[in-house]
Design a binder for this molecule. Structure first.
Ligand SMILES: O=P(O)(O)OC[C@H]1O[C@H](OP(=O)(O)OP(=O)(O)O)[C@H](O)[C@@H]1O
Ligand code: HPA
Length: 196
């Protein structure tokens, strides 16, 4: 395998400019939805807790929260199912739990990618069991053609999506293959020889 990172990429699907534009649109949408109407007499909803799904969401979460104009909290969970391969190994296991108490709070789960839907389905159920009053999902990429498990946001929660992803195993902007390529600033598809 060649040493230079970018030479491993066959095709870029979303570059840095497209990513940053879309992330700021998502952040504006969240700020508007959770900020309350400027001309309303009713109090704004309590600020949400943004929960990043480690490890893949780390860059998306960092960019998203810096564009949200509300006093939010940030936390992490981890649910492992892919190991070092490209196929989901089945039911995910929670291996890192929340620090923040989400009881009675609005939570936004921040994901890099939704594929089979197993991770989100497991995490939404977990947050419900912890008493969250709503759970929204903000996923940078959605691969709907791969869905195996239907999940639904909890309560008044919404599903915010960055881009719809074709059925490729993608890397970059937090997403890995065998724990590599997370540091690519764009999303791309690896050259076939790099999947070995
Ligand atoms: O919809 P699903 O089929 O459940 O797949 C989506 C999940 O898979 C990846 O996580 P992974 O388990 O690979 O861990 P990582 O975030 O550490 O890369 C990705 O970050 C999502 O969390
Ligand atoms: O396409 C993908 N890339 C990286 N991680 C993933 N987890 C599910 N799908 C993917």
């Amino acid at each position: 395998m060649a040493l230079k990172l970018h030479s491993h990429i066959e095709r870029v699907l979303w570059d840095q400019h497209q990513i940053s534009r879309r992330v700021s649109e998502l952040a504006s949408q969240i700020s508007a939805d959770f900020g309350g109407a400027a001309n309303s007499d009713s109090p704004p909803p309590p600020p949400p807790v943004l929960v990043g799904v480690a490890t893949g969401a780390f860059l998306f979460l960092a960019d998203l929260v810096r564009n949200i104009d509300l006093p939010i909290s940030v936390d992490f969970v981890r649910a492992d199912s892919y190991g070092s391969g490209t196929i989901s190994a089945g039911a995910p296991k929670l291996s890192l739990d929340l620090k923040v108490d989400v009881k009675g709070k609005h939570v936004i789960l921040v994901e890099d990618i939704v594929d089979t839907g197993r991770t989100l389905s497991c995490l939404i159920a977990h947050l419900e069991s912890k008493g969250a009053s709503s759970v929204s999902v903000c996923a940078f990429l959605d691969k709907p053609t791969r869905r195996k498990v239907h999940f639904q946001p909890l309560g008044q929660g919404k599903f915010y999506k960055g881009f719809e992803c074709p059925d490729y195993f993608v890397v970059g902007y937090g997403m890995d293959f065998a724990e590599l390529y997370r540091n690519l600033p764009y999303v791309g598809v690896l050259k076939p020889e790099c999947y070995k």
